[in-house]
Design a protein around this ligand. Structure first.
Ligand code: HEC
Ligand code: HEC
Length: 141
């Protein structure tokens, strides 16, 4: 019984300490929500050219800058180079899967559910993991 109340006391006091330390600690650092986030330091690209995929269903990582490309209701800059009929040498064509509706019906143009490329494809620079994890890529096994 004594042990239990000690634990309870510990939990209560640690909650108080947590609440007192000014709320939420997010991965973007201790920056107030209405303040600009701090720009990350410039890092090297993860690979020179295309990045190996780590598991079968992985959306390939983007090996180039995307800052100047926009995706909105007016158009999608990524498709200028990656669409099946675009003429950009070396730019992998979007996969067949990107033309299918959720009912597996094939469309002539990209399916709306694949329109916002960066929802799944992100550029990757060489950085250490924010949180330690035990992920092992296929190539490491
Ligand atoms: C000006 C042309 C151009 C535009 C615009 C462009 N890309 Fe690319 N993209 C390329 C080229 C060329 C490569 C191949 C690069 C290499 O092999 O080093 C590539 C590679 C990629 C890859 C890797 C494909 C693979 O097989 O591993 C992805 C994913 C990708 N781009 C996504 C995007 C997304 C998302 C956008 C829009 C935000 C975009 N690209 C805009 C030309 C472009
Ligand atoms: C909902 C997630 C999702 C969205 C949105 C999406 N993709 Fe993909 N993409 C994937 C996945 C998963 C793969 C790998 C499996 C496959 O080929 O379907 C892939 C594969 C690719 C490939 C490689 C194809 C190949 O033959 O190796 C390219 C290039 C690509 N996507 C470009 C794009 C572009 C450009 C857009 C936006 C117009 C886009 N994707 C939108 C998930 C997505």
């Amino acid at each position: 019984m004594k042990k239990l109340s000690m634990i309870a006391l510990f939990l209560i006091s640690s909650t108080l300490v947590w609440a007192g330390s000014n709320g939420v600690h997010s991965l973007r650092g201790d920056v107030a929500l209405d303040a600009s986030s701090v720009a990350g330091s410039d890092k090297e690209w993860l690979a020179d050219g295309k990045v190996n995929r780590e598991y079968i269903q992985q959306p390939p990582l983007v090996p180039h800058d995307i800052e100047d490309f926009s995706i909105n209701q007016e158009g999608n800059d990524c498709l200028n180079c990656h669409n099946w009929n675009s003429e950009m040498p070396g730019a992998t064509k979007i996969a067949i899967s990107h033309f299918l509706t959720r009912d597996n019906q094939a469309l002539v143009n990209i399916s709306p559910r694949r329109y916002f490329c960066t929802q799944c494809h992100v550029p990757q620079k060489a950085t250490s993991a924010l949180i330690g994890n035990m992920f092992r890529s296929l190539s490491e096994e």
